[in-house]
Design a protein. Structure first.
Length: 293
C-alpha cells in the first residue's frame, strides 16, 4: 500500500499534475493540503475518472484538506476534537480530515503557519498541535494496535538539519523550541516519522520557497511528514521524497512525500454514486454549495 502526502498549493491550479503524478506513481492514498477550494469547487471528476474516491473539507478559498483513495474510503471525520478557532470572528478552519482507507486510518493535516513568534497565529499553532496530540493519544488509547497515519504539512522543522541554514531562521517560526517540543510530543505519543529512516538528512527537504531561487540553490525546509503509529512503523518497507515533482512549470512549492506499507490494499472500483464520501450524519454540501459530481 502506497500512502503519500502533498501540499499542492491550490488544487484546481495543479489538478493535471496531481492526476498525472498519481497515475505515474501508483499511489493508493493521497493526503492533500492547501486545496484552496470550497467543497463545491473541489475538482472531484478528475479523481473519479482516475479511480479514486474523495473526502474533502474546504470552507473558503484558503486552507482546505482532502483525502483521495483507490483502496476504499469510509468513516470520514472532519476536524479535530476540541480544535481551536482563529480569527475575528473566530472560525474553526479547514485543516484536518481523516478517513479509513483500506485498513489504515489516514489523516490529512495542514498545521497553521504561525506567521511570527509574537503573532496570535503562533499561539494558535501551538494550541492546534496540542489538540492534534490529544486526538492521537485518544485514538491509541482506544486501540493501541490501530494503523494510523498523520500526514501533512506540519510547518515545523523538528531538527536543525531540516533547514538549509539555522542562522537564516534566527528569530523566526518553524524552528523554535515550543514548536519543536509540540512536534516531539506527537512522536512521544506513539507516532514516529516513517520517512526519515529511508531519507535521512542533511540537505533533504520537502519545501522550497518560490522566492529568491530557493529550489535551484537547494535552500529548502523539511516540514512535510507522515507520522505513523506502531502498527504502521512495523509495516513500513520504504519511503522517499519526490523532489523531481518540485521541478518544472506550475509546480507546487512542496514535494510529495511517499511511504510504502506492507499491508493488503486491493484496489476497488469507485461505487456508483459514491465518488465523494461524506462524514456520518452529514447533510452533504453546505448552504450555497453546488454538487459537482
Amino acid at each position: 500500500m502506497r500512502i503519500a502526502t502533498w501540499n499542492v498549493n491550490s488544487l484546481r491550479t495543479r489538478i493535471d499534475r496531481v492526476i498525472a503524478w498519481l497515475e505515474r506513481t501508483g499511489t493508493d492514498v493521497l493526503a492533500i493540503q492547501e486545496t484552496k477550494a470550497t467543497n463545491a469547487k473541489f475538482p472531484v471528476e478528475p479523481f473519479t475518472q482516475a479511480g479514486y474516491q474523495v473526502a474533502r473539507h474546504g470552507i473558503s478559498q484558503w486552507n482546505g484538506v482532502a483525502l483521495v483513495s483507490r483502496v476504499g474510503l469510509s468513516d470520514v471525520e472532519i476536524g479535530l476534537p476540541h480544535c481551536p478557532p482563529f480569527g475575528d470572528p473566530p472560525v474553526v478552519e479547514a485543516r484536518a480530515i481523516g478517513a479509513r482507507c483500506g485498513d489504515v486510518t489516514v489523516w490529512s493535516l495542514y498545521i497553521p503557519n504561525g506567521r511570527e513568534i509574537d503573532h496570535p497565529h503562533y499561539a494558535y499553532k501551538l494550541e492546534w498541535l496540542a489538540a492534534l496530540r490529544d486526538m492521537g493519544v485518544a485514538k491509541l488509547a482506544a486501540d493501541p494496535t490501530a494503523p494510523i497515519a498523520l500526514c501533512g504539512d506540519f510547518n515545523v522543522a523538528p531538527q536543525d538539519d531540516d533547514v538549509w541554514d539555522m542562522a537564516a531562521f534566527e528569530g523566526l517560526t518553524h524552528v523554535t523550541g515550543p514548536e519543536r517540543d509540540a512536534f516531539q510530543a506527537l512522536v512521544d505519543a506513539g507516532f514516529a516519522d516513517l520517512v526519515r529512516p529511508y531519507a535521512p538528512g542533511p540537505g533533504v527537504y520537502t519545501f522550497w520557497d518560490y522566492q529568491q531561487l530557493r529550489f535551484p540553490k537547494k535552500e529548502g525546509m523539511r516540514i512535510d511528514f507522515l507520522l505513523g503509529s506502531a502498527a504502521l512503523q512495523a509495516a513500513t518497507v520504504g519511503a522517499h521524497i519526490d523532489r523531481e515533482e518540485r521541478k518544472g512549470k506550475g509546480a507546487s512549492d512542496h514535494a510529495p512525500v511517499v511511504v510504502d506499507v506492507d499491508r493488503p490494499a486491493p484496489i476497488v472500483a469507485v461505487p456508483p454514486g459514491a465518488a465523494v464520501v461524506e462524514p456520518a450524519g452529514s447533510a452533504g454540501p453546505g448552504e450555497g454549495d453546488v454538487q459537482l459530481w
